[in-house]
Design a protein around this ligand. Structure first.
Ligand code: MN
Length: 233
């Protein structure tokens, strides 16, 4: 018997896959906080702390289709919208209590993402000890480029990662500077939540986060993956 819903259910959010007609259906978006030392320092923190996580709703994804520039509106309530370029891990096989040594077989692929942040609102919430949602999980806060299958992605754990705004360098580092690498992140994350196929993990941003304004063009890359191009509308 066919289900009858009170209204049309929302469409499944999905991300294109390089070299495949299949799209990757998004389940959840997990994000890792302060996962590069130099970024932790610029945010006023030092030392290795256990990884911590926050989430964005799946429908905050803004997809840059292959060869295209995605457009994301400048959000409400902020005057300090920050870019955070990040390696994104796409989970293809779920599981809980995944050990770092077994993490690779759970990874479907990788993409370049931006963890866009209303920094002024996040800062105010931090000060008050309140949740970060309003700063981090706003509508259109998670731009992402096409997913490259893990087998085709090269050595992403040692890949340069960078972001330019209007052609000028803003962030430049290497994924090998992650405090908690991809496998360790999956181990910690899957101890707290059962990972599902379709989960995306934004693994954290290197130093150089800064503000963007309407009209800016952001181009970000992780070597070996499809670059991400986003304009702020
Ligand atoms: Mn981030």
């Amino acid at each position: 018997m066919t289900e009858h819903y009170a209204f049309t259910p929302p469409a499944t959010v999905s991300v294109p896959v390089v070299g495949s007609p299949d799209r990757f259906p998004v389940h959840r978006i997990y994000c890792v906080g302060r996962n590069y030392e130099e970024h932790a320092k610029e945010m006023g923190f030092t030392g290795r702390e256990p990884p911590f996580f926050f989430l964005k709703p799946a429908d905050t994804i803004v997809v840059a289709e292959p060869g295209q520039t995605a457009s994301t509106p400048y959000p409400s309530l902020t005057s300090n919208l920050h870019h955070e370029i990040e390696l994104v891990v796409a989970i293809g096989t779920g599981g809980k209590n995944i050990q770092a040594a077994d993490a690779a077989r759970h990874i479907y692929g990788y993409a370049v993402g931006l963890d866009m942040t209303r920094r002024d609102l996040q800062g105010e919430m931090k000060k008050q000890g309140r949740p970060w949602c309003i700063g981090k999980a706003y509508d259109h806060s998670a731009p992402i480029g096409p997913i490259t299958l893990a087998a085709d992605a090269g050595d992403v754990n040692n890949a340069p990662i960078w972001l330019q705004v209007n052609g000028s360098d803003r962030q430049r580092s290497n994924v090998n500077k992650l405090i908690w690498n991809v496998a360790e992140t999956i181990e910690h994350l899957s101890a707290a939540w059962e990972l599902q196929p379709g989960d995306l993990i934004y693994t954290g941003t290197p130093e150089g986060v800064n503000a963007v304004v309407r009209g800016d063009l952001l181009v970000g890359a992780v070597e070996g993956l499809t670059p991400l191009s986003v304009s702020i509308g």
